[in-house]
Ligand binder design. Structure first.
Ligand code: ADP
Length: 555
């Protein structure tokens, strides 16, 4: 950048020299031989300067891009790591589209801001300094007129203060659009079946229009910078022309030095303009940085306590003692619940939806922490255990199966990243998934589409059961694992689940009471409170109880 700035500033000397020599030529009689000397003297200088300028330009461009891109990749990695470490509650609060747009849009804004800052700020400021020095050297009186230009920075500073707020607003809105797009495409089936295309188009159309007005507010501020610089540039040139003519007429300066100052102005003008608008870019960049650091700096609440214990060789006893829980938005979900899931047994949670069953099992792996009471595993408060050891003792199978766009083998393998292929196949066999997997053209190497598209609900669920089998964790949480299935798939999945729950502490949430008859213990939960408990037969005997009522309704 130093080389580039110096070679650019050197052009003022070249022009000054050329003008003075040309002036001398026209006054001299033996013009031809002089012209030859002139050309021989000027050409190597000119070629040398352009070569230096070109090469240094190329090198600085590559380097500054590499620096900015590396920095941005580092930011993305840090942000991704922080995003994964944040509390589960944060994911519920921030729509995933908004989070995604921080990785795509905001990161782009930062990368272009960094590239421009590196190139323009360092290179242009050096060029400005060197050029002004060269101009002062050649004709200081005339160059001082240039200071008019510097006045331009005052309004630019005022404008830039407002810019950052506007930029943040625009970027946040892009996050909203990303969420809406994700939601709309994700709901393609619903949209088509209900003929919602035009209403969706109107909804997103509104967002796109909203973007115009937000962006225009930003552009209006940005657009003020250029005309201010333009007008001041015009004034500076006018001043040089008038004062320069005066200097030449009274022979206090050479024509070459005036040429040098004018060349200097031509060099300075785009640089100063770039510096003026650079501030816009920096403001946008800073707004994006603020949004990104809000993720990176977010300190999770659910972390290991100092001296947290590792849960080693757990039996898998799970005990809830006087557990109360209220969601961050104030929704009370559980009040004073006490219940036990004994090691190796199956414990069922039943009751009307919205009662708090899912909330209860989310407390076991500490997706949320209790507000009152305690959840204990093997008699130890889960908050005193390391998250890593606690969570590796738990396998979760839920109604909405999560499958990644990876091969079937990899999808099962997420249960245990070190499992060999044979173990994966064994797990698939136990989950009654082996046959349908081998019937697929690429078998275990079949790459699944987004969310496992192409597989039936029952097949997806059996893959997730295979994953849980592979995990081989002592505590198994089943959140309505069969509720989305038809009778035949349900039967198969139910068998796979029975296989899976053998010898494990299983806490199962079931909507269909018929699926939990065999459970060792059933807890009936309503409105966040425990209303009944006992094995199936005992509960049926309480004729007026909620369990018997629900069962009658289901039959
Ligand atoms: P169930 O599993 O028995 O159907 P849930 O545990 O899902 O019940 O819900 C219990 C209560 O907590 C309900 O009132 C529900 O609206 C509320 N709830 C569930 N998840 C959240 C959340 N992420 N934020 C706020 N409230 C929630």
């Amino acid at each position: 950048m130093i080389a580039l700035a110096a070679s650019t500033a050197a052009y003022t000397f070249v022009v000054g020299y050329i003008v003075d020599q040309a002036n001398g030529l026209s006054e001299n009689a033996s013009a031809v031989s002089n012209a030859k000397t002139y050309a021989v003297a000027i050409l190597p200088i000119l070629l040398g300067i352009t070569a230096l300028s070109g090469l240094s330009n190329y090198a600085q461009r590559l380097l500054s891009n590499a620096i900015a891109l590396n920095a941005v990749a580092k930011l993305q990695k840090q942000m991704f790591a922080s995003a994964h470490n944040r509390d589960f509650a944060s994911f519920a609060r921030e729509p995933s589209g908004s989070l995604i747009s921080k990785f795509t849009n905001d990161v782009n804004v930062i990368s272009s801001a960094m590239i421009r800052t590196l190139t323009n700020l360092v290179k242009d400021i050096l060029t400005v300094i060197f050029t002004i020095a060269a101009m002062l050297w050649q004709n200081w009186q005339l160059s001082l007129i240039m200071t008019v230009f510097l006045l331009a920075f005052w309004p630019i500073i005022v404008i830039s203060k407002r810019l950052r707020g506007n930029a943040k607003d625009v970027q946040a809105h892009i996050g909203t659009i990303t969420s809406e797009l994700k939601e709309s495409f994700g709901a393609a089936r619903m949209v088509k079946a209900y003929g919602l295309e035009s209403s969706e188009q109107a909804r997103l159309g509104g967002s796109f229009d909203e973007r115009i007005s937000r962006y225009m507010r930003l552009v209006k501020e940005q657009a003020r910078v250029d005309p201010i610089l333009e007008i001041l540039g015009g004034l500076a040139i006018a001043g040089v022309v008038i004062f320069g003519a005066y200097q030449v007429s009274n022979e206090s300066a050479s024509a070459g030095s005036i040429g040098a100052v004018l060349t200097g102005i031509l060099i300075l003008s785009p640089r100063l303009r770039a510096l003026g608008t650079l501030n816009n870019v920096i403001q946008e960049g800073l707004a994006a940085v603020t949004r990104i650091f809000s993720v990176i700096d977010e300190a999770p609440n659910i972390v290991d306590v100092p001296n947290a214990r590792a849960l080693s060789a757990p039996n898998g006893d799970v005990e809830f003692t006087n557990v109360s829980f209220t969601y961050g938005d104030g929704t009370p979900a559980l009040t004073q619940i006490s219940l036990t899931a004994k090691a190796g047994q199956t414990t069922a949670l039943v009751g009307p939806s919205g009662g708090g069953k899912s909330t209860l099992i989310n407390l076991v792996p500490r997706l949320y922490d209790v507000n009152g009471g305690a959840v204990r595993v093997d008699g130890i408060d889960v908050r005193e255990l390391t998250l890593e050891s606690l969570r590796s003792a738990i396998a979760l199978v839920s109604q909405d199966v999560t499958l990644f766009s990876a091969s079937i083998a990899d999808n099962i393998g997420f249960g245990d990243m070190n499992a060999p292929r044979e173990a994966i196949i064994e797990a698939a066999k136990s989950a009654d998934a082996h046959d349908f997997i081998t019937a697929l053209p690429q078998g275990y190497d079949t790459v699944l589409g987004e969310d496992g598209s192409g597989l039936s609900g029952g097949q997806k669920q059996r893959l997730s059961i295979a994953r849980a089998i592979l995990r081989d964790a002592p505590i198994l949480l089943l959140d309505e694992a069969t509720s989305a299935l038809d009778a035949r798939s349900e039967d198969k999945v139910q068998k796979a689940l029975e296989q899976l729950s053998k010898g494990r502490t299983t806490i199962v949430i079931a909507h269909k009471l018929s699926t939990v008859q065999k459970a060792d213990m059933i807890y009936v939960i309503e409105d966040g409170a425990l209303v009944q408990s006992g094995p199936h037969k005992a509960l049926l005997k309480e004729k007026k109880g909620l369990y018997a009522t629900l069962r009658n309704l289901q039959h």
